[in-house]
Design a protein around this ligand. Structure first.
Ligand code: PEP
Ligand code: MN
Length: 333
């Protein structure tokens, strides 16, 4: 971190500022120019508040030169992290995973049929929402605990590991046999939930918030990792912009950017990113081409009558074609 001092600051003021930094465990490097003096701070500056520094009347600006996320940072962990989901399924470090399934688990017949369909179509992991974060309280809220039971049945029947969303840490015991716990976009900054998940040993799929920066996403990953759980998978699922033809705007540059900044695997959800089934294929291919470590696609056996997100859901047959095309893009790379 560097602190740029205001013009005309006295020697005594510089000394007393340096003493204050020393008391915080930091070394200082003072560089005096003709017009301005800059203090370079050496050491762990993660607990220093730049806004507080800028509030001091002798400081013009304070800027971080290293990122505040340490555990997620590629600088301190140059190799890709590989998340082991099951014996057979890994994500990251060259292993690509396709997650697919309905937006929400609706009943036993539906989840069993979709699970079999996505397995035959090339999915590695079954997705399905049991606890659903819906904008309206009058919309279908998910089957909750029963939804997880049905997912576990589908897991048993197909052998596919499962991923499902948690909305409240009080529900954690229901997730005991879930393979990946999803934190949805709306909870990306639910810090108490993230802290609790940091104390588990489960892989966490962390989705980017509706209007969050990549730095904020990485800081949320940091919350989980700081608690001791290093198994975090990041997910780009589009962000809210002024565009209205698509549900969200897929920020594909997030993929190479996040992979440059972090060693964590990055996957893309083209379904929530576009909101339209016909846009899922081109964006899934683009995600693979951009270097994603996986994709998550919503699939329903009867999209027209789905209780949630039918417009963006593929049929199992459409999914199989997209999954095969995505694998071809991977091979071409
Ligand atoms: C989901 O994946 O079911 C979901 C609700 O997505 P998001 O949190 O990205 O909106
Ligand atoms: Mn959905």
């Amino acid at each position: 971190m560097v602190a740029i001092l205001k013009h005309g600051v006295t020697e005594a003021q510089i000394e007393s500022l340096c003493a204050w930094f020393k008391a915080k465990g930091l070394d200082t490097h003072v560089s005096k120019g003709h017009y301005q003096t800059i203090i370079g701070l050496i050491g762990d500056t993660s607990k220093i508040d730049t806004d507080l520094l800028e509030g001091l009347d002798i400081i013009e600006a304070a800027t971080r030169v290293s990122e505040p996320f340490k555990s997620a940072n590629r600088k301190f962990h140059p190799e890709d992290s590989v998340i082991a989901v099951s014996e057979a399924v890994r994500i990251g470090g060259g292993s690509f995973a396709i997650m697919a399934g309905p937006c929400s688990v609706e009943n036993e017949a539906q989840i069993i049929e979709v699970a079999g369909g996505v397995k035959d179509g090339g999915a590695d992991i079954l997705r399905g929402g049991a606890f659903k974060p819906r904008t309206s309280p009058y919309d279908f809220q998910g089957l909750r605990a029963e939804g997880i039971e049905l997912l576990l049945k589908a897991k048993k029947e197909t052998g596919l590991p499962i991923v499902t969303e948690i909305m409240d840490a009080h529900h954690l015991e229901l997730f005991e046999n879930v393979d990946i716990i999803q934190v949805g976009a709306r909870n990306m900054q639910n810090f108490e939930l993230l802290k609790e998940l940091g104390h588990t040993k489960k892989p966490i799929l962390l989705k980017r918030g509706l209007a969050n920066t990549l730095k904020e996403l990485l800081m949320s990953a940091e919350y989980i990792m700081a608690g001791g759980n290093e198994s975090v998978i990041l997910c780009e699922r589009g962000v809210r912009t002024f565009e209205t033809y698509t549900r969200n705007t897929l920020d594909l540059a997030a993929v190479p950017m996040l992979k440059e900044l972090s060693h964590l695997p990055v996957i893309v959800d083209p379904s929530h990113a576009t909101g339209r089934a016909r846009l899922v294929r081109p964006m899934a291919l683009a995600a693979a081409a951009a270097g994603a470590d996986g994709i998550m696609i919503e699939v329903h056996n009867d999209p027209a009558n789905a209780l949630c997100d039918g417009a963006q859901s593929l049929t199992p047959r459409q999914f199989a074609e997209v999954a095969a095309a995505v694998r071809r893009v991977r091979e071409a790379l």
